[in-house]
Design a protein around this ligand. Structure first.
Ligand code: ADP
Ligand code: MG
Length: 152
């Protein structure tokens, strides 16, 4: 596993960082976002989607649990399991998406589904330092190192 840490001083910086990663997506990646509420997970997805090239609007899928952003034939699936003790049927939906290697999957609050997430994933943790500062830690296997091109 590789580890890399950075400090983001604003939501714009977090989005810009995510945009670079979005630009590097080839399809099939699984990205897990870890933080407390307000850590910056959805902000990150907004930048990721921009770099990916979609014009679909990113919003927290907290009430719908999953959203899809498309760009041509490609898609990002955005899941948010906030406040779910059991993934229930969403467990199956996520498993289906994960088995389709053309798409990228991004997950907020993924503990409840950690047993179906692939071991090879990009895990990003956000720690609130203060109102505007976030310590962001990236953990990823060598097979996903290409996602960090232009970031590190
Ligand atoms: P989460 O999805 O983790 O609950 P959100 O992205 O929805 O978090 O919210 C993050 C909040 O923190 C937003 O209001 C955003 O403007 C604010 N914020 C302040 N500084 C940062 C930063 N450096 N990175 C990301 N978000 C930040
Ligand atoms: Mg969120």
């Amino acid at each position: 596993m590789n580890d890399w840490q950075t400090n983001s001083e604003s939501p714009e910086r977090t989005e810009a960082l995510a945009e670079k990663i979005g630009h590097n997506l080839k399809g099939g990646e699984v990205i897990e976002l870890i933080s407390d509420l307000g850590g910056g997970k959805t902000t990150f997805v907004r930048g990721l989607a921009r770099g990916f090239g979609t014009t679909d609007r990113v919003a927290s899928p907290t009430f719908t649990i999953s959203k899809v952003y498309t760009q041509g034939e490609r898609a990002i699936h955005h899941f948010d399991f906030y406040r779910l003790d059991q993934a229930g049927l969403m467990d199956h939906e996520l498993a289906d998406v994960l088995s389709d290697s053309r798409d990228t999957t991004v997950i907020e609050w993924g503990e409840v589904v950690s047993h179906i997430l692939p071991k090879d994933r990009l895990s990003i943790s956000f720690k609130k330092v203060d109102d505007e500062q976030r310590l962001i830690t990236f953990a990823y296997p060598e097979s996903l190192a290409y996602l960090m091109a232009g970031v590190i």
